[in-house]
Design a protein around this ligand. Sequence first.
Ligand code: ATP
Length: 313
Amino acid sequence: MSDTSHYPVWERDPVLTVEHLTMRFGGLVAVNDLSFNVGRGEITALIGPNGAGKTTVFNCVTGFYKPTEGRIVMRHGKAGKADDIAALTRGGRQSATSADGALFLLERMTDFRISHHAKVARTFQNIRLFGGMTTLENLLVAQHNRLMVASGFTIGGIFNLPGYRRAREAAMEKAIGWLRQVNLLHRADDPAADLPYGDQRRLEIARAMCTDPHLLCLDEPAAGLNPRESAELNDLLHYIRRECGTSILLIEHDMGVVMEISDHIVVLDYGVKISDGTAFEVRNDPSVIAAYLGVEDTEVEQVEAVLEAEVQA
Ligand SMILES: Nc1ncnc2c1ncn2[C@@H]1O[C@H](COP(=O)(O)OP(=O)(O)OP(=O)(O)O)[C@@H](O)[C@H]1O
């Protein structure tokens, strides 16, 4: 067997594999034959100029869109041998569980099943908290499904049976733990809409974490944040990776955030992957620089020289 220990984590141990993903809207090809991996326990950034197809990829992974073509494999535990994935694909089912873990084909699943069973959580470009509920209530609502199961779908809740009581206490403990983690415990009883923007962003991430995701998808988490709030966000994402082991896939335009926190970066332009590697590799890739500057690869050095001269002047 070949030694793969020197391969990057996203090749050796992917939690998510996107294969030949294509999404068409009528005549527009928003994502074109895209393949990439997300490494287990890593932070992966999906970047690219406006309209490159990033949000469309998120919408396919999280079940908001049905891809036109392609396969999206999510792995829990050690499941995911090529033969098992092929058998699941042939069999027409959505998921398979074995002693090694579980496999899910996300392109076949609804958004609810993706979050509930495949354990993929997401946040949106525009914050979608329940503004009239308190910050604490927002984190309890995120655990509603688990509480419903514990209540035996109402009866245990009505009679306050021990199993339901224990689940309710655990939900409260988790919510308070996450409020403390995002420095919002002192705002537990305030409506979410009253929080400053940066706090709302962290609360939204805390809410997603209350569902115990294996993969957390964040759509532009740093958008609109000031430098202090951006630094707090970086700390939170580092904490999630270090302490929870949750894999993170994020879309981000703030290159300071992307380069600082990402283990792995995938670059899209016009729906096509143009680069895939570490921050160092991507930063020095002429095709990436060209896409961001809006020029041909061959013109990069020339444009950089002009920009450099302008900065000097
Ligand atoms: N539901 C839809 N119907 C039609 N076209 C769509 C739809 N969603 C996205 N598109 C188109 O697909 C292309 C990719 O859009 P997408 O939002 O995925 O890009 P993006 O990289 O996330 O952009 P941005 O960085 O500006 O958010 C765009 O041309 C967009 O207009």
